[in-house]
Design a protein around this ligand. Structure first.
Ligand SMILES: C[S@@+](CC[C@H](N)C(=O)[O-])C[C@H]1O[C@@H](n2cnc3c(N)ncnc32)[C@H](O)[C@@H]1O
Length: 251
């Protein structure tokens, strides 16, 4: 069984072994939606909450945003910093912060915030996950926009084909098995990587949310939902869309 705070150690070698290519395939589509929702950067400040390797933070900096990337993983932030060296003077001015987003950040500092690629729901308790939304809300200036992108619980429960999957990457084989509890909505994913070096296994667990639940949590912390999409690039939302991409404003 995945440890309670599995995410404190998972976003190191394990994550990189399984996800070294997959997230990057979708980066451009994700950035296109972020740009069309947030509008021109014009030197405005942006919080990339759970920034990981800086997949979005770095290109958004290139587009003129003053970016702060926050993540709890030392290795992810080191990789982001190394990648940002290509940005030239002062590494583009991106501020990288190692912190647990459940803890409050500086008040009313950012014009916009993003939290992409199901980086939310890592605690089994809703109250702990809600703390992440609270601190993002608090860190935004009044009227600031926020984009949250997570996998949709109601997609997964209706699509058993998404539950067991395997694919080949060069000489490696990756197996992924997800079990979603219809009672707790906790999705436990087991990954197995078979390569010439041997077999590597890992497990993680995410609380997946339905549309009405995530909307309620966001509204409770003070966000007003302004639009929503069901997938990249900008697909209309339905109850069973693969993703829940919620655009909100700090009231
Ligand atoms: C799936 S990765 C996505 C990273 C990035 N948003 C992307 O799209 O590539 C999730 C990231 O969230 C971070 N994370 C999860 N919970 C966190 C928390 N409470 N505080 C800070 N970072 C967190 C992890 O360390 C990890 O780097």
């Amino acid at each position: 069984m995945a440890e309670k705070e599995w995410w404190r150690t998972y976003f190191e070698e394990n994550y990189l072994a399984f996800h070294k290519d997959r997230p990057f395939r979708d980066t451009q589509e994700e950035l296109d939606l972020v740009q069309s929702v947030l509008g021109p950067a014009a030197g405005r400040s942006l919080l990339d909450a759970c920034c990981g390797q800086g997949r979005h933070a770095i290109p958004l900096c290139r587009l003129g945003w003053r970016v702060t990337g926050v993540d709890q993983s030392e290795l992810m932030l080191e990789m982001a910093q190394r990648e940002a060296e290509g940005l030239g003077r002062d590494n583009g001015g991106i501020e990288w912060v190692r912190a647990d987003l459940r803890r409050p950040m500086a008040d009313s500092r950012f014009d916009a915030a993003i939290c992409l690629f199901t980086s939310f729901g890592y605690c089994p308790e809703d109250s702990e996950n809600q703390k992440v939304l609270e601190s993002i809300h608090r860190a935004l200036k009044s009227g600031g926009a926020f984009i949250l992108d997570v996998a949709n619980r109601d997609f997964l429960i209706q699509h058993p084909y998404a539950i067991r999957n395997w694919w080949q990457r060069g000489e490696e084989y990756i197996l992924e098995e997800t079990k979603l509890s219809p009672v707790t909505s906790l999705a436990t994913t087991r990954n197995v990587l078979v390569s010439t070096e041997g077999v590597r296994e890992s497990e993680y667990r995410i609380r997946l949310y339905s549309l009405h639940e995530i909307v309620r949590m966001m509204v409770e912390v003070g966000f007003e939902i302004t639009s929503a999409y069901g997938n990249f690039p900008a697909e209309p939302i339905q109850m069973t869309s693969p993703r829940l991409i919620l655009v909100a404003k700090k009231e």
